[in-house]
Design a protein around this ligand. Structure first.
Ligand code: FE
Length: 347
């Protein structure tokens, strides 16, 4: 054997042995994430500090990430996928984009209603936090009684008052998918038509833009996820305080099926290469520390039960009745609802 070839083998062996000892340090976990929250940085760095596993994050929206996973197929570097909508989690599961995981830790920590299907191979995905889709109204011009159900937003009494983001945004599609389950097809399409008739302006912007439009008087009523409200409640900026002074919030449908709640969660990607690290990461997201972070850092409700809430904004929102409809039902209704939106001209 030529001397340098021997050396190569030897150094290769030493390198491999060294890599084994320092495996965690050399593992890079690839995460495709739709969590668009700056405060999440601490979530990832805490994981790296605790495990030595570095995180490489690719950000996108839910639809973009799902399209990318499909295009990349088995060549995808994604180990973990984080999405912020129940229907998208359901869709990815149905499309076989996730690799089911059997984890005693996650089964013990995450309630069954916040997990994907388990057909014996483990759950396809796990919910780690929830958020409610609530009604925001201008307290000077609108009576709470007139907007305390989702149905009323489409009532002629609210004509010219309603602002929403795009109907096709996952947050709205999931709410509308839940409405379809409760109201049936005919009433849901009429309801969507009524919403379009009641709009103060064409749908545009994100949830925070709707809240600000209600405060400015551009419109009087809007839909928003609770964490956007909590962010404004906790803000020290005078502008944000001004917004919160002008608006009020109602958790709709307390006397019927409850307020619509959406789930953000994660899964192991179908073609994940770093399975051990991916599982560690998902289990870390269910830890007390990460769960407290979801509450304190991004104003979401922890999926794990009995996490003590210290976030004053979440505490002030109190307890409420939430819709207990299944994620699968919401997911299965997405296409029908999208066609309704097209028919009634909801942009
Ligand atoms: Fe969001």
């Amino acid at each position: 054997m030529p001397k340098n070839q021997f050396l190569q083998i030897l150094t290769g062996a030493v390198f491999a042995w060294g890599a084994c000892g320092a495996q965690a340090q050399n593992t890079v976990l690839n995460i495709y994430s739709a969590r668009h929250y700056q405060t999440d940085e601490a979530l990832y760095s805490n994981f790296t500090d605790a495990t030595g596993i570095r995180v490489n994050r690719v950000d996108g929206d839910d639809a973009g990430i799902l399209a990318r996973l499909k295009t990349e197929g088995s060549a995808s570097p994604a180990d973990v996928v984080l999405l912020v909508d129940a229907a998208r989690l359901w869709r990815a599961e149905a499309d076989g984009q996730f690799r089911p995981l059997k984890s005693a830790v996650l089964v013990a920590r995450i309630p069954a209603a916040l997990r994907g299907q388990d057909e014996g191979q483990g759950s396809a995905w796990f919910g780690f936090s929830t958020r409610a889709r609530v009604v925001v109204f201008n307290k000077q011009h609108v009576k709470r009684d007139d907007v305390d159900t989702y149905e009323e937003l489409a009532d002629p009494k609210n004509k010219g008052k309603v602002c929403t983001r795009s109907g096709s945004h996952p947050y709205n599609l999931s709410l509308f998918g839940a409405m379809l389950e409760h109201l049936g097809a005919q009433q849901t399409e009429a309801w969507l038509q009524g919403l379009v008739h009641n709009m103060a302006r064409d749908p545009k912007g994100g949830d925070t833009d709707q809240i600000k439009a209600v405060a400015s008087g551009e419109c009087q009523v809007a839909l928003a996820n609770t964490y956007y409200l909590a962010r404004l409640m906790r803000s020290g900026k005078p502008d944000d305080r001004g917004v919160m002074d002008k608006i009020d919030v109602v958790f709709p449908n307390q006397k019927s099926w409850g307020t619509h709640v959406n789930v953000a969660g994660g899964a192991i990607a179908r073609y994940a290469k770093n399975l051990g690290a991916a599982q560690k990461f998902l289990e870390y997201l269910a830890s007390d520390k990460a769960q407290v972070y979801f509450a304190d850092g991004n104003n979401e409700w922890p999926a794990v039960e009995n996490i003590r809430l210290t976030n004053p904004a979440l505490v002030s929102m109190g307890r409420f009745n939430s819709d207990s409809i299944s994620v699968a039902a919401i997911g299965a209704n997405q296409n029908i609802v999208q066609h309704m939106l097209d028919r009634v001209g909801y942009k």
